[in-house]
Design a protein around this ligand. Structure first.
Ligand code: PEP
Ligand code: MG
Length: 568
């Protein structure tokens, strides 16, 4: 048995499919005739184009324009006359086999792109490599795994899954993911929860332990993975799966019910989303609002900034479909691990401590203003709350608010309507903001605690680094004390305090957060109903005692063990 990080709940049994981008071996070979090689090349190109067209159509239909654009870029590479002509010339002039000639030409293209100044163009080298592998596989007669066109139900085993893998995969056929890398807040984990696919991540070398077609069982709640289990274990997991499904059914009965403790403390259970498509998941799980809309996905997987109108359409869609429930839309949070190639970020020693989120927006005001205009215009269609990420000082908050006021004045002058009831809040995800939260609270309508970053900045533990992931602990008493202080300071100024980091959906932490007085819990939609079930079983007065007790325990381990006992 292997144990990794429990990234997305659910019990899964099924066959493994390894998603590995294996190195292709290309050899120079004697050929029968140049014409034959030219034909092989044409055929491989044609098959690749056909395949890409059908993958693109499927992505367009199932996933939307943004995701389909990746394949459009691949098709453009195959349509390049220079690439085709150079390969054919090489085959003809040097009597070469098609794959060898093509690989040589592709390598030249990649070298040129990789040496370009512009980061966007450098990133295109990866597209060229991706698409050329497709052509080479056809020439070598190797099968290609397209996650968009999976025929059989499988458990995907990968080193890591890229955003384009998760964006384009056929969700109906994917029973789960297991990956070598990642933690609970990594892209793969967040995607798995939003797709409602069970997943275990951070398994270190699972790609080496598993072979294609191996039978796997795993538990996305405990992080346990077993390869080729015996009959007894299979039966046990089948039972666990049935129980899990039964429990999910029972949770259905909580739809439409209030999220309220036994002694009447009512809270709001909202969902985190990345794109308007995630609304379905919110509705299925009866979210009472959106507590975090991560708008950066609108800016990713493309080669230019989204226009005001494009943004307006996305925000409007979310606001309209949730109306009258509130929707917290976070302004652009890029930098750190999320780069926008077309913005040409400079390489930084510490990107998470660098040029990111509100810092970038206050520097590149045109980008910020475009987003704020789109947000204000969309506010006519629902209950909008605007939130600024990564605020680390009062100056930053005041400056962000000033830009917002400027945009409002512009719209007034232009006679463009917007709602007058928009709440403006900020994330508390930097310790300096938590420490002066009593002061900051005087200038906002709400706080939302971003614990994914707050943990990393408070404990000086990179949230992406597996070597030290044992130190990345939500139960760390220093983190809990900061949270308690932020909620207290917010309430003193009569503002509501929410949480949109992953801690908000964690069963072992919910009693503590409830007891500290958290007003809004925003989480992956998949966790909402079980959170409601738990809150409806708790007494607020008891939760307060629990909260007071844990902040005086010295170690994360003891706090976690104590909470396990409380929930037993
Ligand atoms: C957080 O930091 O807790 C958060 C919600 O933001 P993100 O995970 O997008 O950094
Ligand atoms: Mg954050």
């Amino acid at each position: 048995m292997f144990t990794g990080t429990n990234a997305s709940p659910g019990i899964t049994l099924g066959k493994a499919l390894i998603v590995k981008h294996e190195e292709l071996v290309i050899e120079k070979k004697d050929i029968n005739s140049v014409d034959e090689e030219l034909k092989r090349f044409d055929d491989a190109m044609e098959k690749s184009i056909e395949e890409l067209n059908s993958v693109k159509e499927k992505a367009l239909k199932d996933l939307g324009k943004e995701e389909a654009e990746i394949f459009e870029a691949h098709l453009m590479v195959l349509d390049d006359p220079e690439l085709i002509k150079s390969t054919k010339d090489k085959i003809t002039n040097e009597n070469l086999n098609a794959e060898y000639a093509f690989k040589e030409i592709i390598n030249q293209f990649i070298t040129i792109f990789e040496s370009m100044e512009n980061e966007y163009m450098r990133e295109r080298a990866a597209d060229i490599k991706d698409v050329s592998d497709r052509v080479l596989r056809h020439l070598l007669g190797k099968t290609i795994i397209d996650l968009a066109t999976l025929e059989e139900e499988v458990i995907l085993i990968a080193h890591d899954l890229t955003p384009s893998d998760t964006a384009t995969m056929n969700k109906d056929k994917v029973l789960g993911f297991l990956t070598n890398t990642g933690g609970r807040t990594s892209h793969t984990a967040i995607m798995a929860r939003s797709l409602e696919v069970p997943a275990v991540v951070g398994l270190k070398n699972i790609t080496e332990k598993v072979n294609n077609e191996d039978y796997i069982v795993f538990n996305g709640d405990s992080g346990e993975v077993i390869i080729n289990p015996d009959e007894k274990t299979i039966e046990k997991y089948k039972k666990l799966k049935l129980n899990y499904e039964k429990m999910k059914k029972e949770l259905e009965s909580l739809k439409g019910k209030e999220s309220i403790s036994t002694d009447g403390r009512k809270v709001e259970l909202a969902g985190n989303i990345g794109t308007p498509k995630d609304i379905d998941g919110l509705k299925n799980n009866d979210a009472e609002g959106v507590g975090l809309y991560r708008t950066e996905f609108l800016y990713m997987n493309r080669d230019n900034l989204p226009t005001e109108d494009e943004q307006y359409e996305s925000y409007k869609k979310v606001l309209e479909s949730m109306n009258p429930n509130p929707v917290v839309i976070r302004t652009l949070d890029v930098g750190g691990d999320k780069n926008l190639p077309y913005l040409e970020f400079e390489n930084e020693m510490n990107p998470f401590l660098g040029y990111r989120a509100i810092r970038l927006c206050l520097d590149k005001k045109d980008i910020f203003i475009t987003q704020l205009r789109a947000l204000l215009r969309a506010s006519n269609h629902g209950n909008l709350r605007i939130m600024f990420p990564m605020i680390s000082s009062l100056e930053e908050l005041l400056e962000a608010k000033k830009v917002l006021e400027g945009v409002k004045a512009d719209l007034n002058n232009e006679g463009i309507e917007y709602s007058k009831d928009i709440e403006v809040g900020m994330m508390i995800e930097v310790p300096s903001a938590a420490i002066i939260s009593d002061i900051l609270a005087k200038h906002v309508d709400f706080f939302s605690i971003g614990t994914n970053d707050l943990i990393q900045y408070t404990t000086a533990v990179d949230r992406m680094n597996e070597k030290i992931s044992y130190l990345y602990r939500p139960f760390n008493p220093a983190v809990l004390r900061l949270i308690k202080m932020v909620i207290y300071n917010g309430h003193k100024e009569n503002i509501w305090v929410g949480m949109c980091g992953e801690m908000a959906g964690d069963q072992k932490l919910i009693p503590i957060l409830l007891g500290m007085g958290l007003d809004e819990f925003s989480m992956s939609p998949i966790s909402i109903l079980s959170a409601r079930k738990l809150i409806r079983s708790l007494k607020y007065e008891d939760a307060k005692e629990i909260a007071n007790k844990v902040v005086n325990i010295g170690t994360a381990k003891e706090i976690e063990e104590y909470m396990e006992k409380v929930l037993d």
